[in-house]
Design a protein around this ligand. Sequence first.
Ligand code: SF4
Ligand code: SF4
Length: 427
Amino acid sequence: MAELAYEETFDCVQCGYCLPACPTYLTMGKETHSPRGRINLVKMAAEGHISYSELEGPINLCLGCRACEVVCPTNVQYGKILESAKEVIRENKRETKTITKRAKLFQEFVFDKAMPSKKILSTAGTGLALYQKSGLQKVARKTKAVNILPENLRTFEKILPTVEGPTQRKKRAEHYPAELKPAFRIGFFTGCIMDTMFSSINTQSIKLLQRAGCEVTVIKEQTCCGAMQNHSGATEITKKLAKANIAAFEKYEFDFIVNSIGGCGAQLVEYDHLLEHDPEWVDRAKQFAQRNVDISVILGQLRLPFEKKMNKVVTYQPSCHMSNVQKRVNEPLELLKSVPGITYLELPNKNMCCGSAGIYNIVNYEESMDVLDEKMKHVKKVSPEVVVTTNPGCHLQMKVGVEREGLSERIEVVHIVELLAEACGVE
Ligand code: SF4
Ligand code: SF4
């Protein structure tokens, strides 16, 4: 039986320092939608003063960005409190049958079958690539057939990246030798959605690591990191995926396990917390988590062979999970600033979430757009040519922001790896 992290709620002294850091408090203006308010509600639910269903609304509207955690003077473990609440709410809905059988089956299929399955994801990727390359997308847009989609899906359809077809995706080998004596032996974590929608960024990441002098291996046994499942309270499925990844990577002697996905990276570095009560796995999880780093950490330590000046005005939108969970604040920024010809402009209040937050922007579309609108006020002030991101979710969300503001002719949104690849002449 899941339990609320009741003891942890007592670390909150209700000081309110977290309020200005919280995007949902800023946009919704309600105490119940602030970190302090949510912690209080979890405490009240644990004491039986409110029901789990009363807790559900404010918890579901939390982005899970964990900006509150880094500003909290008493080190409240907000992530732990939030995850416990999500798990309890999920279990309660199943027990009280307030979730329909169909919704339950659909969730289980997506979390437990589709996301961890390379076959299903590859079929989905092929479907998307066909939609884009066969001309169907153009026809659907021209005839306004896309208008049958609900607004949230219509918005994201507009900014879909060009998905690689099955032949291009199959080209990826398992082993990539270093171009020089290897500086590091890297196990590359591809992610599930990333490797379907943004597989070219994974390919460029591997090539950049090779150029920087690393030996890279992409092991086939790896699976989805479990972030989406964890954020939805499906803790048991998350644990199963974590164990599969740990077992897969520990067979090899890698110096580091590297990814280019801020959100997945945050889940991977917290496998030790996830499995802290499992004596068989806790040490293995710790070793796995310690070796996990974002690509910017490795590329920042090595010398990248830049070949051209980029001559672009760029700003950087950090991924919350990269900054607040992985605690990688400077590495991506320093790496970005090292690109020749870059003029870097700081985005005011850059640590505020963009509103992407996994599938928050799909399930809580309007609230997510309110958060995004705040972000775009700053982007418009800075007026860059390029917005650089480090996570596919933020990448899509910032593209939506640029599109909503009618700025897509002037502002490009790229993953840091794409910018580095261009500057190094990597295709
Ligand atoms: S979570 Fe931390 S910062 Fe926020 S009210 Fe509680 S103690 Fe203060
Ligand atoms: S995780 Fe983000 S949205 Fe949720 S309470 Fe903390 S700061 Fe607010």
